[in-house]
Design a protein around this ligand. Structure first.
Ligand code: PMP
Length: 381
């Protein structure tokens, strides 16, 4: 049996999500903008999904906009906030840990539209110092962006502390949080985080790929990326992908009630993994042990390049990631920002758990790591 430990890259869609996608493809296939009964059914199915996601984020369903995924939602947040609030305020403060779907739009604004960008670096453990972030924000800042859980290390960022201070001192600065790796893995209350915009993705939570959602606080104006038929209250034109949206809603409805149990289970598995890794003297754990999502553990295998170990594990039907799936083997900017040496960064492995990962699967991983290290290190000699 394959051991899938790459759940931060994507997850297996759950049965309720797949059924809802199917139902909305073969039966309820109307266009939600149509005025007849089939359109009304599609609209209703979308409303149900919107309610489920709003309940999980503890916000009003009217604040939820569906997109094609977190990449589109993050792009919309960054460009849309800059367009509306960045005419005179030309500064953006962002953590140096952001996913490319935030980091690249910010870089674009810096290189093409005259924005000054401050990238706040993390500590060695991968955590942003809230005081340093807050001190970088001033009255010229239109956007402050900090993710909640880092996708490479699992480090949980002090977003509430940062954003509450930012909103108190500079209420006009838009606060944006990429909550993709936190959603349905830890409690998130939109208001408590002081986030004006928050982004989540379906395929990380056992729904299917190609759907995401953004929470936008009432009163915050985000300019749309797409213009057209004016769907999603004008923020995201284009016929909504009702099957994917309904599947997203179904996954959230089915799994949200057991989030606490899933978290506790992941904590136990992570503890077990760390205990086993601590016995391997060729392994260095890069994730911070104090403030880390139990679902993600990043470690380096001395002297063995990430890809080499990844393929060895793959031969044993164990699937992990090198740093982050999105960087496709490129040098990890997150590990580098944490001050981790090139050697350790080049040999980093990310193991990401799902709610069904077992200790037996961890045993298989650790055995394979041990065997892999012995055979690969010998080959190098
Ligand atoms: N942000 C984070 C933190 C992620 O891990 C990912 C997925 N790798 C994304 C954004 C992009 O999500 P999507 O695949 O839905 O575009």
């Amino acid at each position: 049996m394959a051991v899938y430990l790459d759940n931060a890259a994507t997850t297996r869609p759950c049965e309720p999500a797949v059924s809802a996608v199917f139902q909305n493809m073969v039966e309820d296939y109307g266009n939600p903008s149509s005025l007849h009964g089939m359109g009304i059914t599609a609209e209703k199915n979308m409303t149900e999904a919107r309610k489920a996601i709003a309940a999980a984020l503890v916000c009003d369903p009217q604040c939820v906009t569906f997109t094609s995924g977190a990449t589109e939602a993050n792009n919309t947040a960054v460009f849309g906030a800059a367009k509306n609030y960045g005419k005179r305020k030309k500064k953006i403060v962002v953590s140096a840990l952001e996913h490319p779907s935030v980091a690249e739009p910010v870089k674009y604004l810096e290189e093409n539209d005259g924005f000054e960008v401050i990238r706040v670096k993390p500590s060695r453990g991968g955590i942003i110092d809230p005081d340093e972030f807050i001190a970088a924000v001033d009255e010229n800042t239109c956007l402050a962006s900090c993710m909640l859980v880092n996708n490479e290390t699992g480090a949980v960022q002090p977003v509430r502390k940062i954003f509450s201070a930012v909103k108190r001192e500079f209420p006009e600065c838009v606060t944006h949080c990429d909550a993709v790796q936190a959603f349905m893995k830890m409690p998130i209350k939109s208001a408590e985080l002081f986030a004006d915009v928050m982004v989540v993705s379906g395929h990380k939570v056992h729904a299917v790929k190609g759907v995401g959602a953004m929470y936008i606080r009432k009163g915050i104006r985000i300019a749309p990326l797409l213009l057209g038929g004016g769907q999603e209250k004008g923020l995201r034109s284009g016929t909504e992908s009702v099957p994917l949206i309904a599947g997203f809603g179904a996954a959230v409805r089915a799994l949200m009630p057991t989030m606490k149990v899933a978290h506790e289970n992941a904590e136990q598995i992570r503890e077990y993994l760390l205990k086993k890794l601590s016995k391997l003297d060729f392994v260095t754990v890069n994730s911070d042990s104090e403030s880390c999502s139990p679902f993600i553990t990043n470690f380096s295998v001395q002297g063995i390049r990430s890809e080499t170990m990844l393929h060895y594990l793959e031969e044993n039907e164990i699937y992990v990631s090198s740093g982050s799936a999105c960087s496709k083997g490129a040098h990890s900017s997150v590990l580098t920002a944490m001050g981790i040496s090139d050697d350790l960064a080049d040999s980093a492995i990310r193991v990401s758990l799902s709610r069904t990962t077992t200790m037996g699967e961890i045993d298989l991983l650790v055995n394979a790591l041990q065997n892999g290290y012995m055979s690969l290190a010998k080959k190098k000699k």
